[in-house]
Design a protein around this ligand. Structure first.
Ligand code: 3PY
Ligand code: MG
Length: 254
């Protein structure tokens, strides 16, 4: 399996793009792979995805060599541990507001000595304990390959970005313009929101932390790639289906 970390910056000029997926369907995962996306983010924060759904979806994405990240619904340990043991290539935590919260989530996703993640090498992430592939190593993969990604998506978190992004073990940051704009009481396109996103981007770059955000369509994705983002989330399955379905009906009805 190709790990998410391996697709970053490879080949030069090809920024990795991935959609948020909200529909519990292996067919959707296949379609996204066929369409040419580089990775997927299963969205268990907003969508009705259970851990059992994620188990199947993650397995499908791995089989298709489409690195699967999972946005978990909260900062708890239990489900996150199961999702990592199911073979997710990384975790995104929504609404990480300060360095203490960031340290807590990164620690629980990291095996000792950095953190407290338990040992479950008999699961998929450990090749069921019998893999003959020398590249499968549960503890090494958990420590070095699994991406730990806090989301900065509140104005308070932007103010704390310097300390959040100094936390040991953070591999990347995702800047959420939607919730950020809500906490600022402004539209995502408002210059103050754009400035807050840019400020976080600059801090991440200064700290050497990879940085991602949501691109609103193709032109925005190209602009953000040009700006120096390391990877981008763009589109989601429900939105793509909804817009295509509505456009077809509108086209027929006039
Ligand atoms: C946000 O913009 O708030 C996100 O969580 C990205 O979808
Ligand atoms: Mg959000």
């Amino acid at each position: 399996m190709t790990w998410f970390k391996e697709i970053l910056g490879r080949p030069a000029g090809h920024i990795p793009i991935g959609p948020f997926l909200k529909i519990p369907s292996i067919e959707v995962v296949e379609i996204i792979k066929m369409a040419g996306f580089d990775f997927v983010v299963f969205d268990a924060e907003h969508a009705m995805l259970s851990v059992s759904d994620l188990n199947v979806l993650v397995a499908m994405a791995r089989a298709l060599d489409l690195p699967p990240l999972v946005r978990v619904p909260n900062h708890d340990y239990g489900d996150m541990q199961r999702i990592l043991d199911a073979g997710a290539a990384g975790i995104l935590w929504p609404h990480v507001s300060n360095a203490e919260e960031c340290r807590a989530v990164v620690r629980q996703a990291s095996h000792p000595p950095l953190g407290t993640r338990g040992s479950g090498g008999g699961m998929r992430a450990g090749g069921w304990g019998i893999s003959r592939d020398p590249d499968v190593n549960y503890l090494r993969d958990g420590r070095e390959r699994v991406m730990k990604i806090p989301m900065i998506e509140e104005i308070g978190a932007v103010e704390n970005a310097e300390t959040i992004l100094s936390v040991e073990g953070v591999d990347a940051v995702f800047i959420g313009p939607g919730d950020l704009s809500l906490t600022m009481g402004k539209k995502p396109t408002d210059p103050d929101v754009v400035a807050a996103v840019d400020r976080t981007f600059t801090i991440a770059k200064e700290k050497g932390v990879r940085v991602a955000t949501l691109a609103r369509g193709a032109a925005d994705a190209r602009a953000k790639a040009e700006q120096g983002y390391d990877f981008l989330m763009v589109g989601n399955d429900t939105g793509l289906l909804a817009r295509a379905a509505r456009a077809l009906v509108d086209e027929i009805r006039g």
